[in-house]
Design a protein around this ligand. Structure first.
Ligand SMILES: Nc1ncnc2c1ncn2[C@@H]1O[C@H](COP(=O)(O)OP(=O)(O)O)[C@@H](O)[C@H]1O
Ligand SMILES: [Mg+2]
Length: 394
């Protein structure tokens, strides 16, 4: 176990392509850090530099006190679990798990004890004498974890280890891996493109795009205070709605502001503006406003809401999910491309603005409805840089 520091790690491939740029991250001893981003953004490259499978072009890698840049992979005290966990088909589960210990010439009694202990945590005790072919996908994945765990490495690296499993098993394994990691307390660097996986598993989550780190935070802070429009759209499902808008001082003397969104206006009370001091500079200027789907509610369901904090909408698509109903409608305002391809597609395909209404909503396709906007939770971004405006002040 060890703390891990990545200091301005950069990877330029031989063809000149820069896949990772100045990546700086610190993992505390025992921490579970998830690196998440769209496909092709440099996640595996970063992980492979840590493993020693790709040469670091520039920057420094420390595990504990040791600088590992030029240490061969086999001399790094690191264990990896991949998407394609290669188990030895002719060996039993017990022998598969014990394999790294055998390589290290650990004595048989100790080997057996370690395998037994790992099997208990991994819930594989009843399967130790089976061959991999007689196991389910999830069990095989746990055997691969077991093989990594018994080595007691300083650091675990996992590259999308769940992407070959079906959806239900994936949910179970997320919890299992997080639990196993806690039990053993091994510092873990986990890579995935799946933001739900990242949010549910990580102590902290690092978001990367085009080889550039966007934000590192706890899942809660990442969701509540995204550093820029990309993170705002990438984290959370359905995505945050992002529009070009203008914020201006209302005529009244009480300091309230008006958010102009296409041809509609929403009052943003002075107290909300005061809570985000950096907004003062943006009054009268174009901004990007972010509205999470759960901060929009059917006015017919939630009747207690100031009428000047509502917008009009015509229901375009309705998806009743049981516990809630997703309602999509068009806002006559310019949607913003956050740089997350999935998020923009979602906006295009489904009528752009997505709201998560309580299941009690009676809104049907074609209905003209009023929608409550929970203005306390609006996020604002600079129109040009797409950086969060609130974050700039702190
Ligand atoms: N050996 C290589 N030579 C050149 N480019 C590469 C090489 N390996 C990966 N890349 C490119 O680097 C980028 C990042 O790849 P990768 O780290 O595998 O992304 P991710 O794991 O986030 O999907 C991609 O654009 C990929 O095409
Ligand atoms: Mg990858």
């Amino acid at each position: 176990m060890a703390a891990v520091t990545l200091s301005e790690l950069t990877k330029v491939y031989p063809n000149g392509f820069e896949a990772v740029t100045d990546l700086s991250l610190s993992l505390a001893d025992g921490e579970f850090l998830v690196l998440v981003g769209p496909s092709g953004c440099g996640k595996s490259t970063a992980l492979r530099m840590i493993a020693g499978l790709e040469k670091i072009t520039s920057g420094d890698l420390f595990v504990g006190e040791r600088r590992l840049n030029d240490v061969a992979p086999k001399d790094r005290d690191i264990a990896m679990v991949f998407q394609n966990y290669a188990l030895y088909p002719q060996m039993t589960v017990a022998d598969n798990i014990a394999f790294p210990l055998r390589l290290r010439k650990v004595r048989k009694t100790e080997r057996n004890e370690q395998v037994r202990q790992a099997a208990r945590v991994l819930e594989l005790t009843d399967y130790l004498e089976r061959k991999p072919a007689q196991l389910s996908g999830g069990q095989r994945q746990r055997v691969a974890m077991g093989r990594a765990i018994v080595r007691r490495p300083e650091l675990f690296l996992m590259d999308e280890p769940l992407s070959n499993l079906d959806a239900k098993l994936r949910v179970q394994m997320r919890a299992d891996i997080a639990g196993i990691q806690r039990e053993f307390g091994v510092t873990t660097f986990y890579v995935t493109h799946d933001q739900v996986e990242a949010m549910t598993m990580g102590d902290r989550v690092a978001v990367i795009k085009d080889g550039l780190l966007q934000q590192v935070d706890t899942p809660e802070d990442l969701y509540a205070r995204p550093a820029n429009a990309f993170v705002a759209a990438f984290i959370g499902s359905p995505s945050m709605n992002l529009y070009e808008a203008t914020l201006s001082r209302a005529d009244e003397p009480d300091g309230d502001c008006l958010l102009t969104l296409g041809d509609q206006r929403v009052t943003v009370p002075a107290s909300v503006i005061a809570a985000q001091p950096a907004l003062a500079e943006y009054l009268g200027r174009p901004v990007v406003v972010g509205i999470r789907p759960e901060h929009l509610e059917d006015a017919a369901v939630a009747t207690e809401h100031p009428d000047d904090q509502r917008i009009d909408a015509v229901v375009d698509v309705r998806e009743a999910l049981g516990a809630e109903t997703l309602v999509h409608f068009n806002l006559n305002a310019q949607a913003v491309d956050s740089g997350d391809p999935d998020a923009l597609d979602e906006m295009r395909d489904t009528g752009r603005c997505t709201a998560r209404f309580a299941a009690a909503t009676r809104a049907r396709v074609g209905d003209r409805i009023r929608v409550n906007v929970d203005v306390r939770h609006l996020r604002f971004f600079d129109r040009h840089s797409h950086e969060a405006i609130a974050a700039a002040a702190s």
